[in-house]
Write a protein that binds this ligand. Structure first.
Ligand SMILES: Cc1cc2nc3c(=O)[nH]c(=O)nc-3n(C[C@H](O)[C@H](O)[C@H](O)COP(=O)(O)O)c2cc1C
Length: 323
């Protein structure tokens, strides 16, 4: 069992975000000239539908289509041991020696079916799945979870996890009903780090070097941090965390522009209908707008625009004017 409680090298994970931090995004940040601060990525989840692995194959292709940009840990969503074992071993055959289990997805439709965070209510079911899966999968397993649906729901789970040789536990300290908003339970990661025998990865609301320094100060024994929305809003944050210093304004602006420019060019080059490229540009823009602290009136022309070239020009102009 892994014991990883001492001071170790800082590792920064790119969080899984379905449709956002996939191979497409990983290759964008890899192509930028600034030093990529991310060490490893967890892929958006791959699920198995009724034992049929064919849909999973397409997703595995996306996980693999990585241009060696970052090592990737594929994530599995599921609660049926046989299907889980088959998918984990298929991923192993594709070269993945580590898979991650999604115990965090809060979408009610998903959770109701005892998938993602929906399983956190049922520690016996989690134990049963782990007892069947762990002896039969070839890759090692890590878990990504949130705190549950009531404040201490995670505690019996940590005791169960202690019985198994897990690679790590990533904790996003929010309840399922909070989705991705509202107060973070900053006590939970500390309690988990004290009671778990596993490596702990903290995940939640790191958008800046200051946000990172705040959580690092709260958890001096945690050396692993995962960034999701903050990574899309500004991947340079990982670079700043790694050097423990803020980039000079002009450098940060030039590199941020490069990031947005490469992201938009890559969207433009996709072999997809114009409308889907517009939607994708606007989807990433939601995070960029947050970084730039744009007001609704700054965004209005862009939100009303439905021409790819104009949408992308407006986004770049907003970056130049508001960074
Ligand atoms: C649009 C979106 C898609 C997500 N997809 C996944 C997913 O596939 N697997 C997963 O474990 N978490 C997923 N998450 C959760 C993130 O990995 C992360 O835990 C969450 O955003 C909190 O971290 P952050 O504050 O750094 O963004 C998703 C979150 C969002 C907003």
């Amino acid at each position: 069992m892994e014991m990883d409680k001492g001071k170790k090298k800082l590792t920064i994970y790119l969080a899984p975000m379905q449709g956002l931090t996939d191979a497409f995004f990983r290759s964008v940040i890899h192509s930028c000239s600034f030093a990529n601060g991310f060490d490893i990525a967890v892929s958006p989840f791959i699920s198995i539908t009724h034992g049929d692995l064919s849909a999973a194959h397409k997703k595995i292709k996306d996980v693999s289509d990585n241009n060696n940009s970052l090592p990737v840990i594929p994530q599995i969503m599921g609660n049926e041991p046989k299907e889980f074992i088959d998918l984990a071993n298929l991923l192993f055959d594709h070269g993945y020696t580590h898979v991650n289990w999604n115990l965090g997805c809060p979408i009610p439709k998903v959770a109701k079916k005892h998938h993602g965070s929906g399983l956190l209510h049922y520690p016996n079911e989690v134990n049963n799945i782990l007892s069947k899966v762990i002896p039969n999968i070839k890759p090692c397993l890590s878990i990504k979870m949130r705190t549950g649906y009531s404040q201490t729901e995670y505690q019996p789970l940590i005791e169960i996890f202690n019985k198994y040789p897990l690679e790590s536990i990533t904790i996003h300290p929010r309840l399922g009903i909070q989705m991705y908003k509202g107060k973070i339970d900053y006590d939970a990661p500390r309690i988990i780090a004290q009671t778990s025998v596993h490596k702990i990865i903290y995940n939640g609301d790191i958008y800046s070097l200051d946000d990172y320094l705040f959580v690092q100060n709260l958890y001096p024994n945690i050396n692993n941090f995962m960034l999701g929305r903050g990574a899309i809003a500004n991947p340079l944050v990982a670079t700043e965390i790694k050097s423990s210093s803020k980039l000079p304004y002009n450098t940060a602006k030039a590199w941020y522009y490069e990031y947005v420019d490469k992201l938009l060019s890559k969207i433009e080059s996709l072999n997809k209908p114009e409308q889907s490229k517009i939607n994708k540009s606007k989807e990433y823009f939601r995070y960029i707008a947050q970084q730039l602290k744009l007001k609704p009136e700054n965004m209005q022309p862009l939100l009303q625009c439905n021409n790819l070239h104009s949408v992308q020009c407006l986004i770049k102009k907003l970056v130049l004017n508001h960074f």
